[in-house]
Write a protein that binds this ligand. Structure first.
Ligand code: CS2
Length: 495
C-alpha cells in the first residue's frame, strides 16, 4: 500500500483534514525532543492549528534520543502523520504537517546537538517521560548517583542523559550567543523548575561559566499538558489505513479533549499556541496540581487496582462500580481538601469531566502502560496530597490505599509474592531485593519498599504511615480488591 506523503495527500478522502497552508513556506523555529504519541497528538497539533491560522510561520524539527526510531516512522512520509481522535463510535482523522524534519540521535549525538543548537530554533519542547529528567522524584534535584548521569559527567559528554545532552547544546549556543526557551511537557510537578534544576545541576559539575550562561540566557517555563493518548495499537494503524487508503506508520490516537497551560516566561518571540486554545498564565502550579492530583491520580489508582482485579484498561476499570466509586471518594473525601481553588477547574465538575473522559469506550489505555514507572509519578499524584493533608492533621485512608495498590502491583511482579506480570519501573532493583528478603510476606515487602527515600521522601520516617500502608497492601492481596475496598466504607472508613 502507498505510504502517506505530500504527493499522496491528493488521494485522501475529503473527510480527512490535511494541511491547507503552504508547508514549504514555514520555517523550522521549534524543536521537540521525544516525538512519541503524546507529542504528536498534543503540542504538534497546537502548532498545526497556528500554522493553519497563519499567525506564526514556525514549524518544527523532531529529535528522538531514545528508541523507537522516528525516522523509520516519519522520514518516508516527509514528517506527515495522522492523528485520530476517538470517542464512542466517532472518529476524526487529520493529517498533521507541523513536523518538517525528524532525526534520530546518533550514539555520539552530534546530529542532535547540531539540530538543537541551530540559532534559528528559539523554542525547544520536550516529552521524555518522568524518568527522562534523571531527578530524585521526592526532591526534584539531579540524581547524581544514577550511573548514566555519572557516566555523562565523567566523560564530560551528554551521550546518555537529557541534562547531559542539553548542557552540550547550550555550550554550542553559548558560543553562538543564541538564547532559547525550553519547555518541559511532562507530568512532573513544576516541570520547568525541575528541568532547570537538573540541567544546571549537570552544568555546574562541568563548567561554571556554562552554568552562568544558562541562568542568563535560557528560560524554562513550566507547563501543564493534557490529552489521553495511549500507545497506538495494531488495530489503530489498520483503522487509519482503511480511512486514508494509505499506509501511515506514524499514526496516533487520542481523545478529543485537550488542554495546555503555559507559564508566560519567554525570552524569544512567544509561540502563538494561544490561537489554538492554549493559555499563557503567570503561575502554572495550580493547574498542574488539579490535573495531576485528580485525573492522573485516578489513572494511577485505577491502573494498579484494576490490574490486581484482572482488568485490562482504564475503560474496564471505570466501568467497575467498586473502582469507580473508590476513586471518586478518594478525590472528594481526601484530595479535594488540598486542591487549589481554581476558576474553571473546580473539583466537582473537573472530577465529573475526568470520569467521563476515562469512560470513553474508544480509548483503550492499558493498566500496565499507566502503571509503568509509577515510582516517578506517585509523588505528584498521590503522596503530595497525603503530605498536605498530614500537615493539616488529616488522615488519608483512601490515598494510602492507592499507595498500597501500587506496592501490591509491584509485589505481583515478583516470584516470591505470586508473580503475575512483569513490572517496568526504575525502582525494580529495590523491588527485587525487597521481595527476596520478604520471605513471601507482602507486609515485609511493603515496609521495605516504603523505605525508598527517593520515592517517599520524609514519609519514610513515618512509622504509622508504613504500618497502615503495609496492612492495606496485605488486605488487597490476601482478601481481594473488592473486599479490601469494601471495608473502607463510604466515608473512608476505619483504619
Ligand atoms: C497517564 C498519562 O501513563 C500515564 O501516566 O496517566 O499519560 C495521562 O494519560 C496524561 O497525563 C493525560 O494528559
Amino acid at each position: 500500500m502507498t505510504r502517506l506523503s505530500p504527493a499522496a495527500l491528493a488521494q485522501l478522502p475529503p473527510a480527512v483534514r490535511r494541511p491547507s497552508y503552504h508547508r514549504a513556506a514555514t520555517r523550522i523555529g521549534f524543536a521537540h525532543i521525544g516525538v512519541g504519541a503524546f507529542h504528536r497528538c498534543h503540542q504538534a497539533e497546537y502548532t498545526e492549528d497556528v500554522l493553519e491560522a497563519g499567525v506564526d510561520d514556525r514549524a518544527e524539527i523532531g529529535v528522538n534520543i531514545c528508541p523507537p526510531s522516528i525516522t523509520d516512522q516519519l522520514d518516508a512520509q516527509d514528517g506527515l502523520f495522522t492523528r485520530m481522535l476517538v470517542e464512542g463510535d466517532r472518529a476524526d482523522f487529520r493529517v498533521i504537517g507541523a513536523i518538517r524534519r525528524v532525526i534520530d540521535a546518533s550514539p555520539g549525538r552530534r546530529d542532535a546537538v547540531a539540530a538543537l543548537a541551530d540559532p534559528n530554533i528559539d523554542v525547544i519542547t520536550a516529552t521524555v517521560t518522568e524518568k527522562g529528567y534523571c531527578h530524585v522524584p521526592a526532591t526534584g534535584f539531579l540524581d547524581a548517583a544514577q550511573p548514566a548521569v555519572l557516566d555523562d559527567l565523567a566523560r564530560r559528554d551528554g551521550r546518555s542523559t537529557l541534562p547531559g545532552l542539553l548542557a552540550k547544546v547550550f555550550r554550542v549556543r553559548m558560543a553562538s550567543r543564541a538564547p532559547v526557551t525550553l519547555l518541559s511537557c511532562d507530568n512532573i510537578p513544576a516541570n520547568g523548575r525541575i528541568l532547570r534544576s537538573v540541567v544546571l545541576g549537570f552544568a555546574e559539575g562541568l563548567d561554571k561559566d556554562l552554568a552562568r550562561w544558562i541562568e542568563d540566557n535560557v528560560r524554562f517555563p513550566s507547563t501543564m499538558v493534557d490529552r489521553i493518548v495511549p500507545a497506538t495499537r495494531p488495530e489503530d494503524f489498520f483503522r487509519v489505513q482503511a480511512e486514508l487508503g494509505l499506509d501511515d506508520r506514524g499514526a496516533v490516537v487520542g481523545e478529543p479533549f485537550r488542554q495546555w497551560v503555559i507559564e508566560d516566561d519567554f525570552n524569544v518571540p512567544r509561540p502563538r499556541w494561544d490561537f489554538a486554545g492554549a493559555a499563557f498564565v503567570r503561575d502554572v502550579e495550580p493547574y498542574e496540581q488539579v490535573k495531576m492530583r485528580v485525573l492522573n491520580a485516578c489513572q494511577t489508582a485505577l491502573s494498579c487496582l484494576g490490574a490486581l482485579k484482572g482488568l485490562v484498561t482504564t475503560y474496564d476499570d471505570i466501568r467497575d462500580p467498586t473502582l469507580a466509586g473508590f476513586v471518586q471518594r478518594m478525590i472528594l473525601a481526601e484530595t479535594a481538601a488540598v486542591l487549589p481553588n481554581l476558576r474553571g477547574m473546580e473539583v466537582e465538575p473537573y472530577l465529573a469531566q475526568t470520569i467521563r473522559r476515562l469512560g470513553n469506550s474508544a480509548i483503550r489505555h492499558t493498566n500496565h502502560q499507566i502503571a509503568t514507572d509509577t515510582s516517578q509519578k506517585i509523588n505528584q499524584r498521590i503522596l503530595q496530597p497525603i503530605r498536605d493533608r498530614g500537615a493539616k492533621g488529616l488522615a488519608s485512608p483512601l490515598l494510602e490505599t492507592a499507595v498500597a495498590a501500587w506496592l501490591g502491583y509491584l509485589a505481583r511482579s515478583q516470584s516470591a509474592l505470586g508473580a503475575t506480570w512483569e513490572a517496568n519501573d526504575p525502582v525494580l532493583p529495590a523491588t527485587v531485593a525487597a521481595a527476596r528478603a520478604s520471605g513471601g510476606d507482602v507486609r515485609v515487602f511493603a515496609r521495605a519498599m516504603l523505605g525508598e527515600r527517593g520515592v517517599f521522601g520524609a514519609l519514610v520516617d513515618d512509622a504509622g504511615f508504613a504500618g497502615r500502608v503495609a496492612g492495606r497492601c496485605h488486605a488487597l492481596l490476601a482478601d481481594g480488591v473488592d473486599a479490601a475496598l469494601g471495608r473502607l466504607g463510604t466515608s473512608g472508613g476505619p483504619e
